[in-house]
Each structure stands twice: as structure tokens, then as C-alpha cells.
Ligand binder design. Structure first.
Ligand SMILES: Cc1cc2nc3c(=O)[nH]c(=O)nc-3n(C[C@H](O)[C@H](O)[C@H](O)COP(=O)(O)O)c2cc1C
Length: 321
């Protein structure tokens, strides 16, 4: 591991390091209005939601380290206390980037970037019509970070008073991340696009208390085949599946473990292993891994019971949760 002490690393380098690790970050397209009435639009990836009752989000407009210049967004929100935040999709990526240019104070980046102004309901600032998700916000608190030691950060806490969502991103009434096509900021000049193929669901355990990796028998916990994700899945069962003798009876005529694994068929691989009576412990771990890649925890446990008949009684006594 390389270790950095922020007090000794030059700021530009620290910026790149920090933002590479704290990623991906959502991008807020923040529209604001100056006291004179000039409209401004700029992207901010120091942005997230921090509460939902009431909804509170925050953005972090920095003071330029090079010039000491403050962002128009920051000045405007301090002056008028209002803004809108529109999330950024891949379809507006280059317009967003254009709006990040340091145009002089008073420039309307909606116009520069060719984006559509839509009037908000509760604040006197328009939002980006092309965005599928928009919030109307009022400033709760501005926190200046470590100015006494030359710090350049700010946190603006913003309470959300309205949210607008395009119907086109809904599936059965819920916002569907596969339809949003959001972009996120990574470190340096990297971005990520949230396409449907990268989205997956994983419900939180909540009150479902898994047995834990510490409760897994040693030969499973220290397996050179099973990954951290495999152990996490095996250990998230609340009670162990009962060893089922049927799993020891081949159901199919599969005869090659390797072919079945390549075909993504762990049950066939297990059948072949049992039929040939040739399976090593590690081969069975590979089959368990294949079950887990398909999210089949029961299949994985039944395979591991076959691999380690000696641990079954110990497991069943220990795992009463
Ligand atoms: C994707 C993206 C994210 C950005 N995030 C931030 C940020 O979180 N904080 C910040 O101070 N500047 C950020 N910037 C730079 C500002 O958008 C840029 O300085 C802009 O000119 C500020 O505009 P303003 O002075 O009109 O507010 C970001 C730029 C891009 C392209």
C-alpha cells in the first residue's frame, strides 16, 4: 500500500488522489441566480444526498486555489439562497462539460451550452429541461472549510422543496436506474456511464442476520477457490440449508465437469463430478463458486456439504442463530 499524508502532499496531487478513490460521484447541474438576476449553470460532483426526511443534499463549490476566485454558483446561492439541481445524463455530457468552462460572471451557461430552461415552482431559478430528475432547493447552511489554514472547500447544505421526475425513466411507477443513463465523475478526467448492463439489485440484509464469515468452517473460509463475494453469500444465510441426500444422486447424464462449468451449468458439473466419482475437494469448490455466481446459495452449500462431509455435524450445531 502507498500511504499519503494530506498535510505533506501538494494540493493538485491530493485532489487527483482523493477524487479517484471517492468515486463514482453523481454530477449536480446547479442552476442559480445572482442578486442582479443573472442565471448561472455549472456542474458539481462534490454532491450527494444526506437525508430524506426532510430531503437534504449538499454541493461543494471550491474557491480556486490558483486565482482565489469564488464560483459564481457559490456567490449566487449565498446571495439569493436558491438553486435547482438537475442530474446529468450521458445525452448532455458535452453540454455539461461546456458549461464547466470559466465564463465571466454574468454569463448564462444555459445559453452557452444550448440547454432548455424550465421555470421551477418554488424557487426563482430555472432547471435543465433535458434532465430526467430535478430538485428545487433552498440553502440551509454554508460551511467554509478550514479557511484559517488556507482551505478552499465549502459545503452548501440545501433543503429540497420539489422533485420533478420524467415519466420516461419509470418502470411500474418507480425510478429505474437502467433508464436514467446517468454519468458519474471519477478521478482525473475519467467518467462512468450507468448503462443497463452495469445495473444490478442487491437488497440490504436489514433484520436478516447472516451467520457471518467467522461462522464458516475453516476449510471453506480459507478456500483458495472461493472469493470474498462467495464467502459473503455463503455467510449471509440465516440458517444453513439442511443437507439433502438428493444432491448426491446425479440427475443428468452430464459427464464432463469442465464442459458443464464452461456452459454455466453448475448442477450438471456436480452431477458429472458425482457420476465419475473423481471430484477433488477443490473441484467441488469450483462448482460451489459457479453456483454462487448464479446466486444459488443452496446449491453452493449442498456442494460444499459433499466436499466436506466432516464439517456438516459441526456446522449444523453451531449455526443456530
Ligand atoms: C463534472 C464536473 C464536476 C465538477 N465538480 C466541481 C465541484 O464539485 N466543485 C467545484 O468547485 N468545481 C467543480 N467543477 C468545476 C466547475 O464546474 C467550474 O469551475 C465552473 O466553471 C464553475 O462555474 P461557476 O463559476 O459558474 O459556478 C466540476 C466540473 C466538472 C466538469
Amino acid at each position: 500500500m502507498i500511504t499519503y499524508d494530506p498535510s505533506t502532499v501538494p494540493h493538485a496531487q491530493m485532489h487527483g488522489i482523493l477524487l479517484s478513490g471517492v468515486a463514482p460521484r453523481p454530477i449536480a447541474f446547479v442552476a442559480s441566480r445572482s442578486a442582479q438576476g443573472d442565471i448561472n449553470l455549472a456542474p458539481f460532483s462534490f454532491f450527494n444526498a444526506f437525508a430524506s426526511k426532510p430531503p437534504v443534499v449538499a454541493i461543494g463549490p471550491a474557491v480556486s486555489v490558483r486565482s482565489g476566485k469564488v464560483k459564481d454558483t457559490w456567490r449566487n446561492i449565498l446571495e439569493t439562497g436558491e438553486c435547482t439541481i438537475s442530474v446529468v445524463t450521458y445525452g448532455m455530457l458535452h453540454q455539461m462539460n461546456l458549461a464547466a468552462a470559466e465564463y465571466p460572471h454574468g454569463t448564462d451557461e444555459f445559453v452557452k451550452a444550448g440547454l432548455t430552461k424550465v421555470p421551477a415552482e418554488t424557487v426563482d431559478v430555472p432547471y435543465v429541461g433535458e434532465s430526467p430528475f430535478v430538485m428545487e432547493c433552498r440553502l440551509v447552511q454554508n460551511i467554509e472549510l478550514f479557511r484559517e489554514e488556507g482551505g478552499n472547500g465549502n459545503i452548501m447544505l440545501l433543503r429540497v422543496h420539489r422533485i420533478h421526475v420524467k415519466e420516461s425513466v419509470l418502470t411500474e411507477g418507480k425510478i429505474d436506474p437502467r433508464k436514467m443513463d446517468l454519468v458519474a465523475r471519477m478521478g482525473y478526467h475519467w467518467y462512468a456511464r450507468v448503462t443497463p448492463d452495469v445495473c444490478f439489485e442487491l437488497p440490504q440484509p436489514g433484520e436478516k442476520l447472516g451467520i457471518g464469515v467467522d461462522a464458516l468452517p475453516e476449510p471453506i473460509r480459507t478456500s483458495p477457490i472461493l472469493t470474498g463475494n462467495d464467502l459473503g453469500q455463503l455467510a449471509s444465510v440465516v440458517t444453513l440449508p439442511t443437507p439433502d441426500p438428493q444432491w448426491r444422486e446425479p440427475r443428468s447424464h452430464a459427464d464432463s465437469v469442465e464442459h458443464e462449468l464452461i456452459a454455466g451449468n453448475p448442477r450438471g458439473a456436480l452431477d458429472a463430478a458425482i457420476r465419475n466419482n473423481s471430484a477433488s475437494v477443490w473441484m467441488l469448490h469450483r462448482i460451489a463458486h459457479a453456483f454462487l455466481e448464479k446466486g444459488d446459495t443452496v446449491g453452493a452449500w449442498q456442494t460444499l456439504y459433499i466436499a466436506h462431509p466432516e464439517v456438516v455435524p459441526q456446522l449444523l450445531t453451531n449455526a443456530v442463530v
